[in-house]
Design a protein around this ligand. Sequence first.
Ligand code: GDP
Ligand code: IMO
Ligand code: MG
Length: 424
Amino acid sequence: MAVNIVIGTQWGDEGKGKVIDVYAGRADVVVRSQGGNNAGHTVVLGEETYKLNLIPSGILHKNALCLIGAGVVINPKTILKEIDELEKRGITCDNLRIDPRAHVVMPWHVELDGLSEKFRGEMDIGTTRRGIGPCYTDKYERSGIRIYDLIHTELFERKAKQSGKLKNKIITAVYEGQALDLNSVIEEYKSYGIRLSKYVGDVSVLIHKAYLEGKNIMFEGAQATLLDIDFGTYPYVTSSHPLSAGVFVGAGAGPKMADDIIGVAKAYTTRVGKGPFPTELFTDIGDYIRVKGGEYGTTTGRARRIGWFDSLIVRHSVRVNGLTKLCINKLDTLCGLKQLMICTAYKKPDGTIIDDFPPVLEELADCEPVYETHEGFDENICQCKSFEQLPASCKRYIDRLESLCDCKIAIIGVGPERTQIIER
Ligand code: GDP
Ligand code: IMO
Ligand code: MG
């Protein structure tokens, strides 16, 4: 029996999908705990590529029970589309269960996400515009609509009418937007509720049962540490807790259950959306990595911003998540670069050197990265199966990351396929 958690350590898109898929192959139960369809996880299986937004990547393994916990926000239209697309490709979703406590992303949340971003103008966050922030706002304001409501038609109608009326007022009077046709929204969503009802189950109870039966459980992280509402680069964050602790709240499980908490990082750094990024590259090296690594958003297609590996960020992740292992993905993407830089510390305007990631943006904005230069490599490493097979300069780079981040690098990604990993 093993209980593992996979967490993003940077700003998302670290290749969690691939690592989750590898672990899901050994898991009986795979659980998603927070976030929504702002996530985009890619799993490459030979010729087939799957991009999953809401459904746990475990779905690609026939026998895994796939659970969506209370902390996730669910767009019913999107999840049904995802189910249909998977089933069209021969993947059954019969093993999927959604917690009745999970909140529903309604069309007014999506509308308000776009309108509030527009209203912020220059100060926009660069959200995925999937309605995530507005849905979590309603949840914490205690006026949200939950999956239980959605599948109970009369209850849903009553709550949706109440909520929709208020949202239409905000849309039109505050943002000067177009009111939504509530009757047609309600009719459309009632039909989604009917279709989703067969997937609803108490995820907390299901996890507990599996745990008592000694099953292998994997908690699939979404988003990442620097997108956490408290420990990320606020306000350029998402509206939930992608940290290891958030996994337990969102799933309804106890933290003592975990054996390993695996943090996933790239061998460099990327971010989509706005906000500070100390090691960001504005040179052709950044363009080289973007093109070679295919660094375009899985969910929105936006070009990702690229930078050198920042050890302050990953060290911060090791601390706030209590990571027991690290995975460094996309080492292969750095092939062909003469020199690799690693940020080891930040220099403040008064010359002070710091090595802890600053808690607030205002302090981060003044920081200049301090770099260490390492020799690059030209060899194709995509087929390497063991650490020993890697070129000497790669091994030195990984060893240095390990000592700077103060966490065992147990997995190295050398390509997008589930087989292209080195386990140490
Ligand atoms: P996630 O959100 O963390 O699951 O990551 P995404 O799927 O959004 O983005 C990661 C991208 O990198 C995907 O296109 C993956 O197929 C790809 N990928 C993952 N690991 C590796 C790796 O080790 N090497 C290469 N070249 N690509 C990888
Ligand atoms: P995965 O699981 C990368 C970012 C958005 C934006 C900020 C807020 O694929 O790693 P939101 O729509 O959540 O209100 O947007 O958070 N963001 C992600 N960036 N990967 C993700 O998920 C993300 N989920 C949210 O780009 O900057
Ligand atoms: Mg992604």
